[in-house]
Design a protein around this ligand. Structure first.
Ligand code: DOR
Ligand code: ZN
Length: 346
């Protein structure tokens, strides 16, 4: 049995850093381990222009602990009003790494998202032309569609038609949660890839609903049945370059999760790599963790691989029950559990 694993420094291809005091307190957990992260734009108000993204990037850089080596990769929140001129200029100038498609009302701070992809087809065409990646929250918001079916229906109604129309569009199907999504990505072209979160690899929906409602396991897309979790584990550990690490770490203060209408999102940044390592070990695929965490995403985004390394040591790590954030607390993923791996030096 292996006791130590050194891999190329990983990147997080889907991350919520928030802003202000929350940003200050959550950013160090990511910057300690990851070289870069694709930063989600769903602030309030959302990051919809190059100027707003530059300003947000400056706030992130200012919040980094001294000595950090971390690069935030910014995204533009698409709306029905997005103009391709500013968007593509922001991409060409290196401010935007990608644009994010939130179907309106799909999730946290998505009210200003896109009501119908047809409304932004000229923008998507311009992105395709420029080679700019599109990050997609893949769920329909149709009230008639059951929440557990929203991802699969999104593939049929939105994503497959979009790729038929723009076959060269570079699409990241984010935080996939179903066997249908895995099938779609497996069968799709090389310009279609997906990120997978640690929570969807560890948990099925029983974890959220059996024995009481557990709000700290609630995220969107919502946890699914076991068969889907198993499909995700096969995809993540397959060695395919179409799947890569995206934590979707999404901190919400404890009181807003433990509520009659609790927020969606799991704060997994503090032990994210260790959490993925547990899955890869259980699947006898530790030798493929580096491809998933440190190689596949950079290749897809056409960015250089990181140069440093991180080392995981087999040593029990107790995850705290809560973490101080913005003078309050956030309950992290795996709270109170003991993980088998630890990043060294601690
Ligand atoms: O669970 C989620 N939380 N899913 C999302 O899509 C958004 C995120 C958030 O921003 O809290
Ligand atoms: Zn997210």
């Amino acid at each position: 049995m292996r006791d130590q694993l050194t891999i190329r420094r990983p990147d997080d291809w889907h991350l919520h850093l928030r802003d202000g005091p929350v940003l200050r307190d959550v950013l160090p957990y990511t910057a300690r381990v990851f070289g870069r992260a694709i930063v989600m734009p769903n602030l309030s108000p959302p990051v919809t222009t190059t100027a707003a993204a530059r300003a947000y990037r400056d706030r992130i850089l200012a919040a980094l602990p001294d000595g950090s080596d971390f690069t935030p990769l910014m995204t533009c929140y698409l709306t029905d009003e997005t103009q391709s001129g500013d968007l593509i200029a922001g991409y060409r100038d290196g401010v935007f790494a990608a644009a994010k498609l939130y179907p309106a009302h799909a999730t946290t701070n998505s009210a200003g998202g896109v009501t119908d992809v047809h409304a932004i087809m000229p923008v998507l065409e311009a992105m395709c032309e420029a080679g700019m990646p599109l990050c997609v929250h893949g769920e329909v918001t149709d009230a008639a569609i059951d929440i557990f079916d929203r991802e699969a229906v999104f593939i049929d109604r939105v994503l497959a038609p979009l790729l038929d129309r723009l076959p060269d569009l570079r699409v990241i199907f984010e935080h996939v949660t179903t066997r249908q999504a895995v099938q779609f990505v497996d069968d799709g072209p090389a310009n279609l890839a997906a990120t997978i979160t640690p929570q969807h690899l560890h948990l099925n929906r029983n974890a959220m609903l059996v024995g009481g409602i557990r709000p700290h396991t609630y995220c969107l897309p919502v946890l699914k049945r076991e068969e889907h979790r198993l499909a995700l584990r096969r995809a993540a550990t397959s060695g395919s370059l179409k799947y890569f690490l995206g934590t979707d770490s999404a901190p919400h203060l404890r009181a807003t999760k433990e509520s009659a209408c609790g927020c969606a999102g799991i704060f997994n940044a503090p032990q994210a790599l260790e959490s993925y390592a547990a899955v890869f070990e259980e699947e006898q695929a530790l030798d493929r963790l580096e491809t998933f965490a440190s190689v596949a995403g950079a290749l897809f985004y056409r960015l250089p691989l990181n140069t440093g390394t991180v080392t995981l040591r087999r040593e029990p790590q107790q995850v705290p029950g809560e973490i101080a954030v913005a003078e309050e607390t956030v309950v992290p993923f795996h709270a109170g559990e003991t993980l088998r791996w630890r990043i060294t030096p601690a």
